[in-house]
Design a protein. Structure first.
Length: 244
């Protein structure tokens, strides 16, 4: 695994942060990305830097096509092509469909779905040039598989990721580059804001009767990056406590 570099979006906290730290411990050189400079992002960068496994650190808006492309290509010129890309950045704007505004719809689609294109597309040809295979992971959701009340925009974006990744897996298979989706259920992150009644109902729908931990999702991502996962591609792998 020595010198293999992985770019991770949405890395400042939650699942993205856990994945970054897990991959560092697995020996990868990691480039964490965030939408803006924050104390928590700076702390993560410093923590990775102390291990000697920091490839680069980037801040950009994944929904901005030109900014994303510019920042990523500049990074590739600086540190070399990325062997792996994890598209994890995402937002939610939950409302019943009749109450969704145009901005609620477009902002979620732009970050969660268009952000995948904006980040992954500039990395593909340099990844192919490595002639060493590669890994692409997109963070979908249980909502993208079965839908969820109040999340038409989020579900649409996460379902779109599944279609994009399945197609990309076919296109890149001959290059020995795998492409998969991870579809988490309810995970303990700052993104989860749920009232007591909704939480009670959610627990009743989860056979394991608990939320998942970011580190559990990170462990799955780390496995998909490993040599043992080289025959796994075009898959949507759920991690949801048995919710579906």
């Amino acid at each position: 695994m020595s010198k293999k570099k992985v770019l991770i979006t949405g890395a400042s906290r939650g699942i993205g942060r856990a994945i970054a730290l897990k991959l560092v411990s697995a020996g990868f050189y990691v480039t964490p990305c965030a939408s803006k400079q924050t104390d928590e992002f700076d702390e993560l960068v410093s923590q990775i830097k102390r291990t000697g496994h920091l490839a680069d650190a980037l801040t950009f808006d994944v929904s901005d096509t030109e900014e994303s492309k510019s920042k990523i290509l500049t990074s590739i010129e600086k540190v070399g092509p990325y062997w792996g890309v994890i598209s994890n950045a995402g937002i939610a704007r939950d409302k019943a469909f009749p109450s969704l505004s145009e901005e609620d719809w477009k902002s979620v689609i732009n970050v969660d779905l268009n952000g995948f294109f904006n980040v992954v597309q500039p990395c593909i040809m340099p990844m192919i040039s490595l002639k060493d295979g590669g890994r692409i992971i997109a963070m979908s959701s249980v909502s993208g598989i079965c839908g969820n009340r109040g999340q038409a925009n989020y579900s649409a974006a996460k379902a779109g990721l599944i279609g994009a990744v399945k197609t990309l897996a076919i296109e890149l298979a001959k290059r020995k580059i795998t492409a998969n989706c991870i579809a988490p259920g309810l995970i303990e992150t700052e993104m989860v804001q749920i009232n007591e009644l909704a939480m009670k109902m959610a627990m009743e729908a989860i056979p394991l009767r608990r939320m998942g931990k970011p580190e559990e999702v990170a462990a799955l991502a780390s496995f998909l990056m490993s040599p043992e996962a080289s025959y796994i591609t075009r898959q949507v792998i759920s991690i949801n406590g048995g919710m579906l």
